[in-house]
Design a protein around this ligand. Structure first.
Ligand SMILES: [Fe+2]
Length: 263
């Protein structure tokens, strides 16, 4: 697995202040394959929090939930862990045919020690000036071969207005980046595309959802004072088809360059 590093500077933190996150998206149940490597980075480098970008499990293959939850519990014993749901978890939760299975999964997740942000906001422990939010897009916005659609104001409706504190927004689907930028989050973390089926550098040639050249396919984007980071993810579902597109975890360093007291 690759560790990709990004530095994000902000005047919302005091000069010299530093906060680090490890971000992993789209594990898709592959804790047995990649969990050990991720845990060893968490133990060695001790970020301030471990953030998960959704699709921790796959709709098909929920028998891997125990192994994912074992991995999550080990991580949560080391440091604070925050997660948002991806479309796979949302499908399991809302689809009537998975009702029983979701109840089993929900119970397994609930004892991991991970904070799941279902359209909610919390703060980084010991750092109330840093907020961590999770936005869960409705399942209707994920239909294959249909243009992704989210009604205007959906993020504000889910989370309330963004305030002036540094806000990290976990939001699985980068197709709605315009909504996240408009919301006013300072750092947006997404995945979902798995880096596409084929990727050349930052350019995703085709998204797994059938659209060529998605606008926010992979890497770092800056707009309106916000930063979006899109990960190629740490796992696959179905047949793994990854060309020039390794599994990755993302190390983010927030560097304060503010002058005053923002607490
Ligand atoms: Fe996804």
């Amino acid at each position: 697995m690759k560790i990709r590093e990004y530095t994000v500077k902000t005047d919302k933190l005091s000069y010299g202040d530093k906060v680090c996150f490890l971000f992993v998206s789209d594990l898709h149940g592959q804790a047995a394959e990649r969990g050990g490597e991720i845990l060893s980075v968490l133990r060695k480098r001790r970020p301030d929090a471990f953030l998960l970008g959704g699709d921790q499990i796959s709709t098909r293959g929920t028998d891997r939930t125990e192994s994912v939850c074992g991995f999550l519990a080990e991580a949560a014993a080391i440091l604070p862990v925050f997660a948002v749901d991806g479309n796979h978890e949302t499908r399991l939760r809302v689809n009537e045919k998975y009702k029983q299975e979701w109840e089993r999964i929900r119970q397994l997740f609930s004892v991991t020690g991970v904070t799941f942000l279902h359209n909610t906001i919390t703060v980084l422990p010991g750092r109330p000036e840093i907020r961590i939010a999770g936005f869960e897009a409705p399942l209707s916005s994920y239909r294959k071969l249909r243009r992704p659609y989210l009604p205007e104001g959906a993020v504000t409706e889910a989370l309330g207005n963004c305030d002036s504190r540094f806000t990290v927004l976990l939001a699985h689907n980068p197709a709605f980046a315009g909504h996240y930028f408009a919301y006013g989050a300072d750092l947006i973390l997404a995945g979902h595309y798995h880096g596409g089926i084929v990727r050349f550098g930052r350019q995703v040639l085709i998204s797994p959802y059938g659209f060529p050249f998605p606008k926010y396919g992979y890497g770092l984007y800056r707009e309106d004072g916000s930063t979006l980071i899109v990960s190629s993810g740490a796992g696959d579902h179905g047949i793994p088809l990854r060309i020039c597109n390794p599994y990755e975890m993302i190390w983010i360093t927030l560097e304060g360059e503010g002058h005053g007291d923002h607490s």
